[in-house]
Design a protein around this ligand. Structure first.
Ligand SMILES: *Cc1c(COP(=O)(O)O)cnc(C)c1O
Length: 427
């Protein structure tokens, strides 16, 4: 008997779909999700005490691996002094100073508790600052579940968006324009058609919520130049890429200074902590200084701040990202070699410590290209890997994550298992 199966059955009784966030239910790949009982370093164990090499890392935050002793010690120390005060603390000043010293785009930063809150607040601020309503987002990018972001492309490229979730008013979706990722011409046309109306662009600078699709240099340049030319706000949503692709984040790799930045995942080291920040003239519009309201009972929570500070200090060590990037590169090179040995159309790539795996012969550039991958094959591959103790994200449309705790042996073992998994597709 499987305790995982029993728990999943039991979970359905009082939790919708048995989970507290939809992708955990394995709806895309089918089967029963492992219920995780503990994690250590690169590994997690499920309720049946089966061990997995983990490439999900809590969907990105655990860049140091599970239960890193220094992070746990910082959390324990903070917790002993009290879980929450709803009042200013010294540690949150330290974290704000550190974030502003790491990212030149941040003159000021405010802490919140989730990536969703960070993007929702940044958009409100961009609208309050510009006095405009229209927002541009790109197809396949995810920015959390605020109403104005749960929008999909309408028919025709320049039409306004349609809600992608029930419960989102059409009027809210109407102010969100959804454009194809990496399409400079569509972006130029949109600004030309909406002069004086666009408050902001929000973008995942390396899209990690449609598998992995890096922004092209031309697209990066166009976003920065068009927002500048039209007095619109460029929001880099680095909730996933922040301190994951590099210590300078994607904006450092792009050599771009966005106007506003959102952070989450790694910045909280596995605790509920996120942030948004940017230009001083924009941040000055936030309450209590200015007219844009934003608040949070648990914002800057001392235990979460302790985890974030401990994590950021450890990943600031010289060479940390060079080593993480090389390790992740070794993994994707190994996947590519194993697929090609089995004669399976496949491609994989990484940016820093995040990677994408696609069942198609070349790496995708857009949402449409991601959707053209062979999902049936991904699902079969996923289940073979899981059965042999490798935990990949349970969807063909999610990025994967390597941590500093993954050893060369873990990577080699993973590639060997992948080699066997690819053979099921060999003719
Ligand atoms: C995860 C994610 C979010 C949402 O963060 P939550 O903490 O899940 O609310 C927003 N933007 C991006 C790019 C993300 O990857």
């Amino acid at each position: 008997m499987s305790r995982n199966n029993d728990l999943f059955d039991a979970a359905f009784k009082h939790i919708p779909g048995g989970v507290n966030s939809p992708v955990r239910a394995f709806g895309s790949v089918g089967g029963t999700p492992p219920f995780i009982s503990r994690g250590h370093g690169a590994y997690v164990w499920d309720a049946d005490d089966k061990r997995y090499i983990d490439y999900v890392g809590s969907w990105g935050p655990l860049i140091l691996g599970h239960a890193h002793p220094e992070v746990i010690a910082a959390v324990e120390k903070a917790a002993r002094n009290g879980l929450s005060f709803g009042a200013p603390t010294a540690a949150e000043v330290e974290l704000a100073d550190l974030l502003c010293s790491l990212l030149p785009a941040l003159d000021q930063v405010r802490l919140v508790s989730s990536g969703t809150e960070a993007t929702m607040s940044a958009i409100r601020l961009a609208r309050g600052f510009t006095g405009r309503d229209k927002l541009i987002k790109f197809e396949g990018c995810y920015h959390g579940h605020a109403d104005s972001l749960l929008v999909k492309a309408g028919s025709g490229l320049l039409t306004f968006g349609n809600p992608s979730s029930a419960g989102v008013p059409a009027a809210v979706a109407a102010d969100t324009i959804v454009l194809p990722y990496n399409d400079v011409a569509a972006l130029e046309a949109c600004f030309a058609e909406n002069v004086g109306k666009i408050a902001a662009i929000i973008v995942e600078p390396v899209a990690g919520n449609m598998n992995l699709v890096p922004a092209t240099p031309a697209f990066v340049t166009a976003m920065r130049e068009l927002t500048q030319a039209h007095d619109a706000v460029l929001i880099y949503d680095e909730v996933m890429t922040g301190f994951r692709v590099d210590l300078t984040c994607a904006q450092g790799l792009h050599r771009v200074k966005p106007d506003l930045v959102t952070l989450g995942k790694v910045v909280g080291g596995g605790m509920p902590l996120a942030a948004f920040g940017g230009r001083a003239d924009m941040m000055a519009k936030l309450a209590p200084l200015g007219p844009v309201y934003q608040a949070g009972t648990l914002s800057g929570n001392p235990v979460a701040v302790a985890a974030g500070l401990a994590t950021l200090k450890l990943i600031s060590a010289p060479g940390f990202f060079t080593a993480l990037t090389a390790k992740t590169r070794k993994l994707v090179d190994g996947f590519n070699a194993a697929a090609s040995a089995a004669n399976v159309p496949f491609s994989a790539q990484n940016v820093g410590g995040m990677f994408g795996l696609y069942f198609s012969a070349s790496t995708p550039n857009s949402f449409a290209e991601v959707m053209a991958g062979d999902r049936v094959r991904f699902n079969a591959f996923f289940h073979t890997m899981l059965e042999h103790g490798v935990y990949l994200a349970p969807s063909a449309y999610e990025a994967g994550f390597v941590s500093a705790a993954h050893t060369d042996v873990d990577i080699d073992d993973t590639i060997a298992i992948a080699g066997r998994a690819f053979k099921q597709f060999s003719a």
